[in-house]
Ligand binder design. Structure first.
Ligand SMILES: Cc1cc2nc3c(=O)[nH]c(=O)nc-3n(C[C@H](O)[C@H](O)[C@H](O)COP(=O)(O)OP(=O)(O)OC[C@H]3O[C@@H](n4cnc5c(N)ncnc54)[C@H](O)[C@@H]3O)c2cc1C
Ligand code: SF4
Length: 338
């Protein structure tokens, strides 16, 4: 039995005050990740600060034509929001590729970006894991590493970030808004999540005394030519083995602008601007897409059970870009499933 306290935050300032006062406390939003981790004894917060009733549930237009998504907007509401479905269908597709309808109803925008790795050893408290217990070692490097990373790994950790939504947010150049004792600040999405390096216990650059208040999308939504392609072990209710968010702006068959982000391959959603630069100004065809895939994966390194991911990611990138270029309708149903 874990002894912990449960309290509610009255407003954002109260939430910040409470988390700053107790370094062992944790926010709880939808609870779909945190409660599992508590049941497995991976997380042992001294108190849960319930933020689920804070007024962070709206999706609002910004002055420069983008959208500001409150941190508590449920994943389902976000995917089916008319502005997201029409202007940012890449994001809607990525969200609907994740988890199950029931989980998406509970999961929040802020909780999704802060969900923790699904590395088997992170969940198994009987095994060494540098992310769970810094300095104890990494069981995945010489263990079962089929689901582990192939890019940006370190000798301390080879875990992946499991979110689908985050891969689309990376491709769309989102910004994360947070608030802390020093006031609000904005973090570009590409700087929000971290690579493991020597401190794999830190998943991201959010400070322990800060709360995520919103995620902002810029005006550009790539709604004509996009694809979220998720390769997984079964058709639904499974995390990505490899996923690709691809978005293009075309002038005839020439690429004016490109976005490419990968999931299931690194400790953070993997976006490589040099691969996007490789695509710009070229004809949208297979040889161009293969070149971009080679750039993204030039430093990829496989482990005993996951080397197949390098070839899989390469083919997934080419397929996703091909689908995006031809405006292929998405396989994810946009029908409301609640
Ligand atoms: C069986 C299963 C299958 C799944 N499959 C997928 C999948 O295929 N793809 C996918 O992307 N996801 C998947 N998920 C993960 C799911 O998307 C996440 O659990 C969910 O998004 C987390 O959101 P939440 O609101 O429930 O977070 P919580 O569990 O409430 O919180 C998660 C973490 O974020 C912190 N937190 C929450 N909100 C804030 C905030 N505003 N500011 C600061 N800290 C905050 C909490 O303290 C906690 O540490 C799956 C989950 C399960 C259980
Ligand atoms: S890969 Fe990371 S999360 Fe998994 S066992 Fe190693 S240190 Fe832990």
């Amino acid at each position: 039995m874990i002894d912990f306290r449960y309290v509610r935050a009255n407003d954002v300032a109260d939430a910040v005050r409470q988390i700053a006062a107790d370094p062992e406390a944790k926010f709880i939003a939808g609870g779909t990740n945190l409660i599992d981790l508590m049941k497995r004894d991976v997380e042992r917060p001294s108190r849960l600060i319930d933020i689920s009733r804070l007024p962070l549930r709206s999706v609002e237009e910004t002055a420069d034509g983008g959208l500001r998504i409150g941190a508590l907007v449920p994943n389902s509401d976000l995917a089916y929001h008319p502005q997201i479905a029409q202007r940012y269908p890449l994001l809607a597709s990525a969200i609907l590729a994740g988890a199950s309808a029931q989980l998406r109803n509970m999961a929040s925008t802020g909780g999704n970006i802060l969900q923790r790795t699904r590395c088997y050893y992170f969940y198994d408290i009987a095994t060494p894991c540098n992310k769970r217990e810094p300095g104890s070692g990494c069981s995945a490097i010489a263990g079962l590493n089929r689901i582990s990373a192939i890019l940006g790994t370190s000798d301390a950790c080879i875990a992946t970030h499991p979110s689908d939504m985050c891969v689309a947010l990376a491709a769309l150049d989102a910004t994360v808004h947070v608030a802390g004792p020093a006031g609000p600040r904005a973090i570009p999405f590409s700087d929000f999540h971290r690579l493991p390096e020597n401190t794999p216990q830190c998943d991201n650059n959010l400070q322990p005394n800060e709360i995520v208040t919103a995620v902002e999308l810029p005006a550009r939504g790539f709604s004509a030519n996009y694809t979220y392609l998720k390769i997984r072990d079964r058709l639904s209710y499974a995390f990505a083995v490899v996923s690709v968010a691809a978005a293009l702006e075309l002038d005839g068959d020439t690429i004016k602008e490109a976005r490419l982000a990968l999931g299931g391959v690194a400790h953070k959603p993997w976006r490589d601007p040099s691969s996007e630069a490789e695509l710009r100004g070229l004809k949208a065809d297979q040889s161009t897409f293969v070149r971009a895939a080679n750039v993204v994966l030039r430093d990829a390194k496989g482990f005993q059970h996951n080397a197949f991911k390098i070839d899989l990611a390469s083919r997934a990138i080419v397929r996703a870009l091909t689908q995006a270029a031809s405006g292929t309708p998405q396989s994810q149903s946009n029908k409301k499933i609640r």
